[in-house]
Design a protein around this ligand. Structure first.
Ligand code: V4E
Length: 203
């Protein structure tokens, strides 16, 4: 009874001026606009960051983004597992920083993990076929777009990437390069040491 590997495949993009008009033109539908708060956690040696594990409390609920078993083309696209069940999150966290903790907040205490970023995002979510297109604006003025889909089998990743590229193409967006997201940008602006750990793996 192997579990399904639910993988989120996404590509970020710089939001062009006419993006919402273009989205409408290609048939994407605005699903909702909402604002959420994220607090991200790590310790002072950036153990979670260096392991590419992203623990956050989004609107009060725990979420963990971590690498799937296999991933393709990781330079310009991102593929992550997103886990929201607390026992599974705890198990993953303990595989990065060994501890005896029995809850996530216990884990944070014994491993001295603390919040390193706390901000709000207003997100307009559009949908087109099995893809969602999010236009994000943070409360510190940063904008970033993302085209995203979920696959339940790693064999489907290339197909998902091709679908993402096709939508990007129809929107007139370049996809060849990796666009910095909210966290890399936040760290570059506010926490330079942590930023260097992220981009250069040095502490
Ligand atoms: C995966 C990741 C980070 C966590 C935040 O992920 P992101 O997709 O930007 O958040 P968001 O709000 O869009 O999540 P959603 O609502 O779609 O679930 S922070 C950095 N990374 C990956 C990463 C990395 N390991 N290295 C570099 C240089 N950049 C990015």
């Amino acid at each position: 009874n192997r579990e399904l590997d639910v993988i989120e495949v996404e590509r970020k993009f710089v939001i062009p001026d006419n993006c919402e008009a273009k989205l409408e033109e290609i048939g994407a539908k605005l699903l909702k606009e909402h604002t959420f708060n994220d607090v991200y956690f790590d310790n002072n040696t950036y153990a979670l960051t260096l392991a590419d594990h992203w623990l956050r409390k989004r609107n009060g609920s725990w979420e963990l983004k971590c690498p799937p078993e296999q991933r393709e083309d990781s330079t310009t696209s991102q593929q992550y597992r997103e886990i929201s069940e607390e026992p599974k999150i705890l198990e993953k966290l303990k595989s990065v920083i060994t501890s005896e903790a029995s809850t996530i907040s216990d884990f944070l205490g014994v491993t001295k993990c603390e919040g390193f970023a706390d901000f709000n995002t207003t997100r307009k979510s559009f949908s087109l076929d099995n893809y969602s297109i999010d236009l994000d604006l943070t409360n510190w003025g940063f904008k970033v777009g993302e085209i995203e889909t979920i696959v339940v089998n790693s064999d489907r990743v290339s197909e998902a990437l091709a679908g993402i590229d096709s939508i990007a193409d129809r929107l007139g967006i370049k996809t060849g390069e990796r666009i910095p997201g909210k966290i890399p940008t936040y760290l570059r602006l506010n926490r330079h040491k942590h930023y260097l750990a992220l981009v250069e793996g040095i502490i």
